[in-house]
Design a protein around this ligand. Structure first.
Ligand code: HEC
Ligand code: HEC
Length: 309
């Protein structure tokens, strides 16, 4: 066989492979019937846009993945960080579509400019990698209850949020009934109050000194459930003055992320907190994310004694 014929055959073969339909029957995925044409279209879009990182088999081991941190998601696990449902439940299409469109800030997962049709198809296709989508349906979407109760009282919200974030324990009224459960986000995330200010706040609100953990002003590296190759990677809780928040910094985006928690990354679901308190916390966290990259952030970091910023 001459080389030209061989080359021609190889090209035909390659096109044939790429175009070979993978699916001939509809599949039930997350409670929806998805026709085979959608899955085949999703497969082609996936091989074009996503497989370099997420891998041909959806295992997160694409040719570009080695060394990537965080590692690309292994879609076989059916586990998502930013599904907008309680951590561990299956997300809704509308939220995963928005995530694919917007990307995750500060990670290799960029915003993808696909047509609506392609984005829908690719999402249905990535569901075929996990059996969870065959048996489970999406959980309840955790949406912020509107209106925001703190409109016009933002300073009060920030003050309340700061306490919820930094203190641990329970505040009680005169009759001994619990009125506030503090959340100690700073068990994992950094504290943004000096030791003196944190002590004064704890004494004032709870009448006891705070428990200081080591390295109070830095995040604590946590075990994660996500694999890079064969080993589990650690995840670093965000230092809001330093790292970008991945899934959006609008009040509503922060509300959803915090209410839902982050599955497989040790960040718990906080949906049981009273909505007013969760809103207050969100206002406080928003003041921190807004500070990032400003001169005031540097002033605060210096007050906390953080070198090198
Ligand atoms: C350049 C590498 C890269 C490419 C290409 C890429 N991703 Fe990702 N993707 C990532 C990384 C890295 C993460 C993990 C981010 C994290 O854990 O914070 C991720 C995470 C995800 C997640 C999980 C989000 C969650 O809440 O857990 C989805 C869904 C996703 N990607 C879909 C896609 C789709 C669809 C495409 C193609 C249109 C694509 N990705 C292309 C790197 C990539
Ligand atoms: C047990 C540890 C832990 C606790 C407690 C915790 N977090 Fe997190 N949090 C994490 C980790 C780990 C991440 C990073 C996850 C990732 O990006 O993979 C994170 C990320 C976040 C993010 C960024 C999400 C994004 O879009 O990138 C926000 C906002 C957040 N946490 C808020 C809070 C608030 C508010 C509290 C207190 C109610 C809290 N966290 C308590 C571990 C924790």
């Amino acid at each position: 066989m001459n080389t030209r014929r061989l080359a021609a055959l190889l090209i035909v073969g390659a096109i044939g492979c790429a175009r070979r339909p993978q699916f001939t029957e509809a599949l039930m995925l997350g409670g929806q019937t998805v026709p085979p044409e959608t899955l085949n279209e999703g497969h082609d879009a996936y091989m074009h846009y996503c497989h370099a990182c997420h891998g041909e088999k959806g295992d997160g081991r694409g040719p570009s993945s080695p060394g990537m941190r965080p590692p690309p998601r292994d879609f076989r696990t059916g586990m998502f960080k930013f599904g907008g449902v309680a951590a561990g439940e299956m997300p809704h299409d509308v939220d995963l579509l928005a995530l694919i469109k917007n990307g995750l800030d500060g990670t290799p997962m960029l915003p993808w400019d696909l047509s609506d049709r392609e984005r829908h198809a690719v999402l249905q296709y990535i569901k075929t990698f996990s059996d969870r989508w065959k048996t489970e349906t999406p959980g309840e979407r955790l949406l912020p209850p509107l209106p925001d109760p703190w409109v016009g009282k933002e300073a009060e919200a920030v003050e309340r949020g700061r306490r919820l974030y930094h203190l641990s324990g329970v505040e009680k009224d005169a009759a001994g009934n619990p009125t506030t459960f503090f959340l100690s986000c700073n068990e994992c995330h950094p504290s943004y109050l000096t030791r003196d200010d944190l002590s004064a706040l704890s004494q004032k609100v709870l009448g006891v000194p705070p428990k200081f953990r080591d390295d109070l002003f830095r995040p604590v590296l946590k075990d994660g459930d996500y694999l890079a190759g064969d080993y589990k990677v650690h995840v670093l809780p965000v230092d809001f003055l330093f790292h970008p928040v991945k899934n959006g910094t609008s009040l509503q985006a922060l509300y959803r992320t915090i209410a839902a928690g982050i599955a497989g990354a040790s960040m718990p679901t906080w949906s049981s907190i009273k909505a007013d308190d969760l809103w207050a916390l969100v206002h406080y966290v928003k003041t921190l994310t807004d500070l990032r990259g400003t001169p005031q952030a540097t002033v605060l970091q210096a007050a906390l004694g953080l070198p090198g910023h």
